[in-house]
Design a protein around this ligand. Structure first.
Ligand code: ADP
Length: 420
């Protein structure tokens, strides 16, 4: 077997995964370690344990002696407090933990610019502020930062992608002055570099896990950015749609697009910007209206060559963010035909139209026109939906190279490593 040169570690919601790539970007080994209990997602020690297990599993499959670089991605917005010895203080606050202190959200809303991704009720900065009040705190870092720091055994370093929703200013390339007015002490936040920047050589913990002393640690990214990179999308106009519980659109752009009213922000990755938006429509609507038990039977009876003309806007309750920004936007699911297969097809056609509108919206806001499509998520297995979408989007549909975020972060390492 060919031995790997780049390793990516993905800290996800269900556990830790690791991918090892060879010189040509081919995956030569993969490892996964699921969290033993649902609580482990909050426990930094469990993240590290999962990392150790995955690296040991890789080392059992291939030689790590030739690995030249490693990096880590984590769930975007998961933060933890560290003491002076860089040990975690208590549990982490998760990406989807709402900020229980309304005064913190109010302070952010008062201080942050109107376009800041740090605003809103799910603010990562809000969680960082809560952590900064813990006894003995010396650092507040993101999930990926902490695992990377253990691999490098240096000071905490973050990347622009993880830092974006904590309030980092991409144009000023610094933690902005207004952060101090929210009650957050800037000195607690990590130094930030661009995703994929070389940080340092790996430390003794990583060497004990089989990585050679010459292996470099690179700055990581978020799980969302890593998933995009995993598909192989990287050129201007490359789009990726996730047909999961929600409908998430991403597009590689040559310029950033920010439209907070649509929930649109841009991440800088290497030499492109990743622009994205999420609709409230998606698989969760299918699950509720059709039911998992009937999917197979009804999918087989879809007839994409004969459009239903139903013009649905499938939502479970009023309110849409993107591509239409209207907190009261009504679901459109009537009339309901007698045949559930026709009803299902109407829902899929409606979602395909939302997807088409979404990419059109991104283009209107300044992103390039969609040029290619790679699709991920549970909806991929529905080939009739693919046909409906292909007809609407009118661009080549390509197979994703991988759907594993770990492979995406490893690909970033490989790309950066080749620059040195
Ligand atoms: P998540 O976003 O929760 O990770 P997945 O990517 O696993 O979700 O996708 C799950 C979704 O895929 C479910 O909501 C389900 O309705 C949808 N799905 C599964 N099979 C089909 C199908 N044949 N046609 C359309 N949707 C499907």
């Amino acid at each position: 077997t060919v031995n790997p040169v780049a390793i990516g570690i993905d800290l996800g919601t269900s556990g830790v995964r690791a991918a090892a790539l060879d010189e040509d970007g081919r995956q030569v080994a993969f490892a996964a370690s699921a969290f033993a209990t649902p609580d482990e997602i909050r426990e930094p020690a469990a993240w590290w344990r999962g990392t150790e297990i995955c690296l040991n599993m890789l080392a059992a499959k291939v030689s790590l002696a030739g690995v030249r670089g490693i990096a880590v991605d984590g769930t975007s917005g998961t933060v933890l407090a560290l003491d002076r010895d860089k040990q975690p203080i208590g549990e982490a606050l998760l990406y989807n933990d709402p900020c229980p202190d309304a005064s913190v959200i109010a302070a952010i809303d008062a201080a942050a610019p109107a376009t800041s991704p740090a605003r809103g009720t799910s603010t990562a900065l809000g969680r960082a502020i809560l952590l900064s009040r813990r006894e003995g705190v010396a650092h507040v870092v993101h999930q990926a930062d902490w695992i990377a720091m253990r691999l490098g055994e240096g000071e905490p370093v973050s990347d622009e992608n993880n830092a974006l929703k904590t309030g980092y200013d991409l144009s000023g390339e610094s933690w902005p002055d207004w952060i101090e007015r929210t009650g957050m002490k800037r000195g607690l936040l990590p130094h930030v570099v661009r995703a994929g920047t070389k940080i340092c050589s790996v430390g003794s913990l990583a060497r004990e896990l089989g990585l050679p002393p010459s292996c470099l640690l690179f700055a990581g990214t978020t799980d969302g950015c890593a998933s995009f990179l995993a598909t192989g999308a990287s050129e201007r106009g490359d789009g990726v749609t996730a047909l999961g519980s929600t409908l998430v659109l991403k597009l590689a752009s040559d310029c950033p697009v920010n439209a907070p009213e649509y929930g649109i922000y841009s991440h800088r990755i290497g030499d492109f910007w990743l622009v994205g938006g999420a609709s409230n429509s998606g698989g969760a609507v299918i699950r509720q209206l059709i039911g998992d038990d009937r999917l197979e039977e009804l999918t087989a009876r879809l007839d994409p060559g004969r459009p239903t003309g139903l013009d649905y806007y499938p939502l479970l309750k009023p309110g849409e963010r993107f591509p239409i920004s209207d907190p009261h936007y009504p679901p459109r699911l009537a009339p309901r035909p007698a045949d559930d297969a026709v009803f299902f097809q109407g829902i899929l056609e409606g979602m395909a139209e939302i997807e088409r509108l979404g990419f059109e919206r991104l283009t209107v806001l300044g992103a390039p026109r969609l040029a290619s499509m790679r699709t991920v998520g549970g909806g991929v297995r529905n080939s009739a939906w693919r046909e409906i979408r292909h007809g609407k989007l009118g661009v080549p549909f390509l197979e994703p190279r991988s759907v594993e975020a770990a492979a995406g972060i490893a690909a970033l390492v490989l790309r950066q490593e080749n620059k040195h």
